[in-house]
Write a protein that binds this ligand. Structure first.
Ligand code: ATP
Ligand code: MG
Ligand code: MG
Length: 579
């Protein structure tokens, strides 16, 4: 990704450039395998991989799996998959759990250095020791508990007892012996190891071996140290933790990486929290975790957003220390810009209305040359222009008016790329429902020597020819925001009360022109991901994207089969939000 903008990371580098102690830049992206990654994580991925790449270093994908309760194998796989999809190759994959033995040794070492003790206080007691009142008020006096001064040997014995299952969760924990006088709460004797001994939820990788697990505060810095990370980049909520990070490495006299912080990236108008998305899935408001209306990365992929557009978005916002809240409309705009020059154009009719062109013979087939893009390098293809064509129902009106420029009785419009325009003459209506079922038109081919008639507007269309298997039929899913407001979680009735009932419109009988087969089979784009044969639609769906002229950008959905094409709207052609 040559376009990666380094931003404030150049200052970070200047603070600790390559040297004998840091011979190589090494970063890590450390997700916890307890959920699917979301758009915010793409910033963390871009920063860690981008920084390493910029300075010729390497980035590790580390699964931060120190809490078996919410972790699961499917997330390891999904995370690995999405990092690869974004275009990054970790130099290697590691797991915090690979280091459990070493981390345990370091814990005993810490006790021996008088840097930790086994504590049996309850949560409420510990709160009180930290000067926090019942109601959560802070600033009270802080004091040590009796366990803090117990002999080192006793803590070693008790820590081994914890390890060996002699205590239940909550009955004992290993706490760091930090500095209660320090104003930073990250120095108030943080938990280092706690008991988690659940029969039903064992660790995915270490099974039932461990009954004690290290906390983030203990494990994260030491895993960074063990892996010889040069720059440990994390989000700004961890700014205060920098002190405990350094304290622990120094207390143990192990290599100390440099922690620096960047600002989180949040999208407004949606929810990113795992708990909330789970509720949306469970209650059927969305199809699954990859529903195109969500902002998990698997959802964006399913919707058809190219990975390059996600990286362009992160880059455009800037790799900064500031926490960024950005509207979905901004994201859509970047995606639209990206697609504008990178995908071909086709004609797609969402809600087909039949137009019969009187005067053309029944078997009339005229192959019309249509460019795939404004970019000449995309080439052209042929589509059949026939006696029966389908146009968008919204491009026809029963009654004309002077400020209306599309098709109506007596009105002339151009069909995109067809040599001469058509003029509507009459139409049929279903008497029961009142809907127009067929429009009759004439083809305005001028007499020899006469000036050709012109339409003011050009509309898209798809011809009907069984010989060309045209039109292709498709189900098309058009998406609107899933929530009505910019801050669904602030809704007094809860975020579910803010759901937009019209977030998905399905067009079951849409028409696609035959060029779709060309782009699914052998098109030279997009260069990043080679397209698959049409028969592999369901597995290779992510790479088939195009602009439906005058409609929207589309991608093939994973629900597609060789018998049935399903398309998702990636983004609209224009920003229509708030209009
Ligand atoms: P969430 O609560 O959203 O799942 P998390 O911090 O629990 O976030 P992790 O799996 O620990 O998620 O995240 C892996 C890395 O991605 C961490 O370094 C984390 O700081 C970073 N990260 C998480 N959310 C964001 C975000 N919104 N913007 C930027 N970085 C993020
Ligand atoms: Mg997470
Ligand atoms: Mg986390």
């Amino acid at each position: 990704n040559a376009m990666f903008k380094i931003g404030f990371l150049s200052d970070v580098y200047q603070e600790k450039p390559l040297s004998e102690t840091v011979p190589k830049i090494r970063t890590r992206f450390p997700p916890e395998p307890n959920g699917f990654l979301h758009i915010g994580h793409s910033k963390a991925i871009a920063i860690n991989f981008g920084f390493a790449k910029h300075y010729g270093g390497e980035c590790i994908l580390r699964f931060d799996d120190t809490n078996p309760e919410g972790e699961d194998e499917r997330y390891y796989n999904a995370i690995r998959d999405i990092v690869t999809w974004l275009g990054f190759t970790p130099v290697r994959e590691t797991c915090a759990s690979d280091n459990f033995d070493r981390l345990y040794e370091l814990a005993e070492d810490l006790i021996k250095r008088d840097g930790a003790y086994v504590c049996h206080c309850t949560k409420a007691e510990i709160k009180a020791q930290r000067g926090e009142g019942e109601g959560g008020q802070r600033g009270g006096e802080r004091y040590a508990c009796s366990h803090r001064s117990r002999p080192i040997d006793e803590s070693i014995t008790e820590f081994r007892a914890m390890r060996d299952g002699k205590y239940k969760a909550g009955e004992a924990a290993l706490r760091m012996k930090q500095d209660l006088e320090d104003p930073n709460p990250q120095m108030w004797d943080l938990f280092a190891w706690r008991i988690m001994d659940s029969e039903e939820k064992q660790h995915h990788r270490t099974g039932g071996k461990w009954k004690v697990y290290p906390t983030y505060d203990f494990a994260h810095c030491l895993c960074d140290s063990i892996e010889e990370i040069s720059h440990s980049l994390c989000t700004t909520e961890f700014e205060l933790s920098r002190v405990s990070y350094e304290w622990l490495c120094d207390k143990l006299e192990v290599y100390r990486p440099m922690q620096r912080e960047y600002g989180r990236l949040n999208i407004t108008g949606t929810v990113l929290s795992k708990r909330k998305i789970l509720q949306l899935v469970k209650e059927g408001h969305v199809r699954d975790w990859d529903d195109p209306r969500l902002y998990t990365l698997i959802a964006l992929r399913r919707r058809g957003v190219p990975p390059g557009a996600i990286l362009a978005f992160v880059n455009d916002l800037g790799v900064t220390k500031a926490v960024i809240n950005v509207q979905m409309a901004k994201f859509d705009q970047i995606v639209r810009q990206y697609l504008e020059t990178t995908v071909p154009r086709l004609m797609v009719v969402l809600e087909p209305l039949k137009v019969v062109i009187d005067g053309l013979p029944d078997d009339h087939v005229e192959m019309v040359d249509v460019p795939f893009s404004k970019e000449p390098s995309f080439g052209t293809h042929n589509v059949p222009f026939t006696k029966t064509v389908y146009i968008e129902r919204s491009d026809f009106r029963e009654v004309d008016s002077p400020d209306y420029f599309r098709l109506a009785p007596g009105k002339t419009v151009g069909l995109l790329r067809v040599p001469y325009p058509i003029t509507a003459t009459s139409f049929d209506k279903d008497p029961a429902t009142g809907t127009v079922t067929c429009v009759y038109a004439k083809y305005e081919k001028p007499e020899e020597g006469a000036a050709p008639k012109k339409g003011k507007t050009f509309i898209h269309w798809v011809g009907e020819s069984s010989a060309h298997n045209s039109p292709l039929r498709a189900e098309i899913r058009i998406f609107n925001p899933l929530f009505k407001s910019e801050d669904p979680s602030a809704h007094p009735g809860g975020f579910l009360a803010d759901i937009n009932p019209g977030s998905e419109q399905i067009y079951k009988d849409a028409c696609i022109e035959t060029g779709f087969r060309d782009i699914s089979a052998s098109a030279p784009w997009p260069k990043e991901e080679k397209n698959a044969a049409a028969g592999d639609l369901a597995t290779n769906q992510h790479s088939i994207r195009f602009q439906g002229m005058r409609v929207a950008y589309f991608a093939v959905d994973r629900d597609s089969t060789p018998e049935k094409i399903v398309l998702n709207q990636i983004v609209s052609l224009k920003d229509t939000q708030g209009k």
